[in-house]
Design a protein around this ligand. Structure first.
Ligand code: PBG
Length: 327
């Protein structure tokens, strides 16, 4: 072949391949999601998410030691309360499971960065992410509750709040409430484009938050839509979101790419429970290599333009980055 141009030239050796890599990763951009359950002495494996556990506050230390040792410096907290009611009151109870967890974590690990999920679905008896009016989730009534939840998390020590409910106007409502109480420096990471996804199924088992009737399609987004995702993210930024998230990650790389190009704030991507469960199931079957998949999925998300990656594999990824396997 007579060609002066041979792209393979830059792929000859591992050292050279690493030199010319376009996507670089750093463990400080990883966030690990963690479930806290009400009760004592509990560390229970989540059946739908092998290798992931629910911890009671008194046993959180075991999980946090692993996270910190791995070099992951941020966690995203989800609460699983014992009791639920129609209005999800437990979500903004100052003695609630997340609030207690926050105080315990901040006392023991003051420098660990703690983000909390702000939503109602784990706390409502019907499992929807807001206050019901008949069978419809009432947007504006829910905003008041979300603001109260965010405020109570921040008062208990949350470094950042992450509303995941997908109500209209929630970022503005939360921002105003936090500012009113002097928490002007606490950032909001909004689930900007959150699609109504089947990939959340294992999480709903983990958090006991499956809706008793209907689905979440009147508030989470239709996965046929790309422009709507961009619009949602733009609106959140206009309302004061500091970071925006795309969720799920793997099936939405196009949305990540476009948001990252068009909206000048950091972009997070959440590789959700179903993505985790697929990798685990494939590896168990012996038809997929777990470690290889973890790496490829993560790099794809960063390559698409994400700055922050939320993953149940965050600890493994931090190790792979340190070992030079990726990044
Ligand atoms: C709460 C919430 C969900 C997830 C994060 N926050 C579940 C849902 O919307 O039904 C899913 C996370 C995952 O699947 O890992 N609204």
């Amino acid at each position: 072949m007579e060609s002066l141009i041979r792209p393979r030239r830059l792929r000859t050796y591992e050292t050279l391949r690493k030199m010319v890599r376009e996507t670089r990763m750093d463990p400080s951009s990883l966030i690990y999601p963690l479930f806290i359950v009400e009760g004592e002495g509990i560390k229970e494996e989540i059946p739908s998410m092998e290798g992931q556990y629910r911890y009671s506050v008194d046993r959180l230390e075991e999980a946090l030691e692993e996270v910190i040792t791995a070099g992951v410096n941020g966690i995203l907290l989800f609460g699983v309360p014992k009791t639920k009611d129609e209005e999800g009151r437990g979500a903004y109870d100052d003695e609630g499971v997340v609030q207690q967890g926050l105080r315990a974590i901040k006392k023991r690990y003051p420098t660990l960065y703690v983000i909390t999920d702000v939503c109602m679905c784990e706390y409502t008896s019907h499992g929807h992410c807001g206050i019901l009016k008949g069978s419809y989730v009432d947007n504006d009534a829910t905003l008041k509750k979300l603001s109260k939840i965010a405020l109570s998390h921040v008062r208990a020590g949350a470094d950042m709040v992450a509303p995941s409910d997908m109500m209209d106007g929630r970022v503005k409502a939360i921002r105003k409430e936090l500012d009113r109480f002097g928490y002007t420096e606490v950032p909001i990471l909004s689930y900007g484009a959150k699609y109504a996804s089947s990939f959340y199924k294992p999480f709903r088992e983990a958090a006991n938050s499956t809706p008793l009737f209907g689905d979440r399609k009147t508030y989470q987004m239709d996965y046929h839509n790309r422009k709507e995702g961009i619009r949602e993210c733009m609106l959140d930024v206009e309302e004061g979101a500091d970071i925006i998230m795309i969720k799920p990650a793997l099936a939405y790389l196009d949305v990540i790419r476009e948001v990252a190009e068009r909206i000048p704030v950091p972009v997070a991507a959440y590789s959700v429970s179903g993505e985790y469960a697929m990798v685990k199931a494939g590896a168990k079957e012996g038809c997929l290599d777990e470690g290889e998949l973890i790496c490829e999925m993560a790099v794809s998300v960063y390559r698409a333009g994400a700055d922050i990656y939320i993953s149940y594999f965050a600890k493994e990824l931090a190790a792979y980055i340190r070992e030079g396997r990726i990044g």
